[in-house]
Design a protein around this ligand. Structure first.
Ligand code: SD4
Length: 332
């Protein structure tokens, strides 16, 4: 056994400087090696996102690199995927509900624990920015549907058609059978959840989605709900989720993960416990996916999912990497 002793926070005098591993671990070097894919080094600034959203983490990194605040990095990063026409789970180009309407959910949380969100909002391409306006410009935290859209327009956002030809075509094809199977495809869903720590050591997060393809009208998942799709506590860290929102909601997944980190678990251990809670109470878990990402204030991170195929993008020290997540089960 080689004990890695607790090392106190080192100097933070500029970008990329070490905020050092606050790890007390009994892991042998071999054990440590095995976990190396999922437990990160402690350096800030850093940004993490679900999936291979390299353009999004790059945009966020560009804010952080210039010394910008994590909340600005999150908004910039999430907007990249919202504008990506090829991402059928976020923003413009998102798959519609079963009536053919694209309805978007997004939320954002800052270092002070402030939160803003919109759910079931139509015709506005950047819900993450509207969520930020809710947080900063209203006494409320969550606006829904027509009210959210009206607020966005009042704030200067323009209305636009979010249903692209490609999404419409896919929806029409689905309608031929119209089988209502609200199942998240296990590997092909692309909600972006993002966590970032800036050079001051402050953490923020965001999450944005069009939700489940062909969902019932009015259905809202976890992504924009505090403690489910996203939770941030600037004294501890943050977590975000992707996958079957109903299961994340029922277990208040990201709040659970942050609380587990508060109790001393590493981000990796906390994500694994979050997945375990879902799996243990749900015999049907082979039919859906949930993936969690967590980042603590020391800059250590972890990720875990029910099925293989999930991973996270990371930008740190000017370098982009993709980290495959370990999974509760092998590929389904
Ligand atoms: C939802 N969690 O609405 C979202 C879906 C998702 O990639 O993550 N899709 O339930």
């Amino acid at each position: 056994m080689k004990r890695r002793n607790f090392i106190k926070k080192a100097s933070v005098t500029g970008l990329g400087l070490v905020v050092v591993p606050a790890i007390t671990s009994c892991a042998t070097e071999d054990e440590k090696e095995k976990k190396a894919t999922v437990t990160g080094k402690a350096l800030v600034p850093v940004v993490l996102a679900t999936w291979r959203f390299h353009n999004a983490t790059k945009a966020a990194w560009e804010v952080l690199e210039k010394g910008g605040e994590s909340i600005d990095a999150i908004e910039a990063g999430c907007r990249v995927e919202e504008a990506n026409l090829n991402n059928t789970t976020v923003g413009i180009g998102g798959s519609p509900d079963r009536e053919g309407n694209v309805t978007l959910d997004a939320c954002i949380m800052n270092k002070n624990g402030d939160y803003g969100a919109v759910v079931c909002m139509e015709n506005i391409a950047h819900p993450i920015s509207v969520a930020r306006k809710v947080m900063e410009e209203t006494p409320h935290v969550l606006l829904a549907g027509k009210g959210a859209e009206q607020f966005a327009v009042e704030q200067g956002f323009k209305r636009e058609n979010l249903l692209t030809d490609a999404s419409k075509k896919a929806w029409l094809k689905w309608k031929e059978k119209s089988e209502y199977k609200p199942i998240i495809n296990i590997e092909n869903h692309d909600t972006i959840g993002m966590l970032a720590i800036d050079k001051n050591g402050d953490i923020s997060g965001g999450c944005t989605t069009s939700g489940m393809a062909y969902k019932m009208a009015g259905r809202v998942g976890d992504s924009a709900i505090i403690g489910s799709g996203l939770f941030i506590d600037n004294t501890i860290g943050g977590a975000t989720a992707t996958g079957m929102g109903e299961e994340v909601l029922k277990t208040v997944g990201t709040y659970l993960i942050v609380e587990l980190m508060r109790q001393g678990k590493t981000p990796q251990e906390a994500c694994e416990e979050g997945v375990k809670r879902i799996v243990e109470s749900n015999p049907n878990y082979k039919n859906f996916q949930v993936g969690y990402v967590a980042l603590n204030k020391q800059g250590e991170y972890g990720c875990y999912c029910i099925h293989g195929g999930f991973g996270i993008s990371k930008y740190q020290e000017g370098k982009q990497t993709y980290i495959e997540s370990n999974a509760h089960t092998k590929k389904a």
